[in-house]
Design a protein around this ligand. Structure first.
Ligand SMILES: O=C(O)CCC(=O)C(=O)O
Ligand SMILES: [Fe+2]
Length: 395
């Protein structure tokens, strides 16, 4: 069972000859005793190993994505030194002097139209109103940033390095994960890679890399803020987050309990989005997660986070791959949340959406004020339905 794609390359980001940027200093780990979610560890190097090792990695992947819905990936081709450079860049871009105030205006995202490319100012994603301060500043790097030169001038000398990282996550790690998911579904190695991402660009369509920082909570927000980023599922196919030390990310277990994602230096935290849950008919889960207020001993630190969101071709029709052997064997899972919500929307007569419509709808409506009030864990939330999938904001 030879893997049909080239062995995983090792990414190197040589910034010699460029102006130095400040070094990101990782904050210390929390000493608090939190309820951690045990995550399975997927060793991606095993995919280049013996047939038994390949089978082992496939099984780990399947167990993780049908149970926790999150996993840790090691040996993904970005060593600690290279990842340090990525964090140096992310920290400098979101938290340093990489952008002037004019740049922030010139390159600001077009949120009203659901286009998130560019600089995201620190408002609108929290659980308060759309215009309220939300502690999160980010730069969203889409393929068009390079194709249309939509990069602030001071960042341009590093454009090739950022692209190399984004490329590695999408076209090497992302492709290999799709290969594993194809095998899990009983399909040929390249089936999902051929079907999902769209081709002919390093970051095709809306796949993107986000550098972001969560600023420490302001004094006046400490008492009233629980979640910095509300409870949601990602809307693409796969997401990769290099593990970082400030504990904020929580995932919702099958038992409806929230648990903290542990820090593991050098690993990638990986989860699936709506696309994979719908295509797999609910077998592979797009797990709900949220970014909470950090534990008390980490509340003074800036939390730098680097996210790779691997999306789908805008024309991809979102529906289960009914011919996939695993779906035939175990059947569709309408009790699964995202796929179930999707089924209900279709039953109500809504059209099967293309991914592009789904994404724009979800981007436009993300965290809009809404209608229905529900109680989760004893805490009142507003519920908003976006493309059939529920998004919650704490009231
Ligand atoms: O920063 C994180 O740890 C997760 C962010 C996240 O879930 C998102 O942006 O969709
Ligand atoms: Fe997310």
């Amino acid at each position: 069972m030879a893997v049909s794609i080239t062995p995983l390359p090792q990414l190197k980001l040589n910034t010699a000859g460029k102006d130095p940027i400040p070094k990101w200093v990782p904050p210390p780990e929390t000493k608090e005793d939190l309820e951690w979610q045990d995550l399975r560890v997927l060793d991606l190097a095993l995919l280049d190993g013996t047939p038994e090792q390949q089978k082992q990695v496939e099984q780990t992947c399947k167990d993780a994505l049908t149970n926790e819905g999150f996993l840790l990936i090691i040996n993904h081709g970005v060593d600690d030194e290279t990842m340090q450079r990525v964090f140096d860049l992310a920290n400098w871009i979101c938290n340093g002097d990489a952008m002037t105030d004019e740049d922030k205006k010139e390159y600001e995202w077009d949120r009203e139209n659901g286009d998130w490319m560019g600089y995201k100012p620190p408002r609108g994603w929290g659980e308060k109103g759309r215009e309220d301060y939300d502690h999160i500043e980010a730069y969203n790097f889409y393929g068009a940033c390079w194709e249309k030169n939509r990069l602030p001038p001071r960042i341009r000398p590093y454009a090739d390095k950022i692209l190399a990282y984004a490329d590695h996550m999408h076209n090497h790690v992302g492709r290999r994960l799709l290969l594993l998911l194809s095998r899990i579904l009983g399909m040929s190695d390249e089936a999902l890679w051929e079907k999902i991402p769209g081709k002919n660009a390093v970051l095709p369509h809306s796949s993107y890399c986000r550098f972001q920082v969560y600023h420490p909570l302001r004094e006046e927000d400490k008492a009233t803020t629980e979640n910095i980023l509300p409870n949601h599922t990602d809307h693409g196919a796969t997401t990769f987050l290099p593990s970082q030390p400030v504990s904020c990310l929580q995932i919702l277990g099958k038992d409806q309990k929230w648990r903290w994602v542990p820090y593991r230096k050098g690993a990638l935290v990986c989860n699936l989005g709506d696309v994979m849950e719908i295509l797999s008919g609910g077998i592979l889960k797009a797990t709900r997660h949220r970014v909470c207020k950090p534990p008390a001993d980490q509340q003074a630190y800036e939390r730098v986070s680097v996210c790779s969101f691997n999306h789908a071709d805008q024309e991809l029709t979102l529906e289960p791959l009914k011919d996939a052997p695993l779906i035939k064997q175990v059947g569709l899972q309408p009790d699964s949340e995202v796929y179930g919500a999707f089924c209900k929307a279709i039953d109500r007569g809504e059209q099967i959406p293309k991914f592009g419509e789904w994404k724009t709808l979800r981007n436009k409506n993300a965290q809009e004020p809404i209608s229905k009030l529900v109680v989760i864990d004893g805490v009142p939330h507003k519920e908003h339905i976006v493309g059939g999938v529920k998004v919650y904001r704490q009231v």
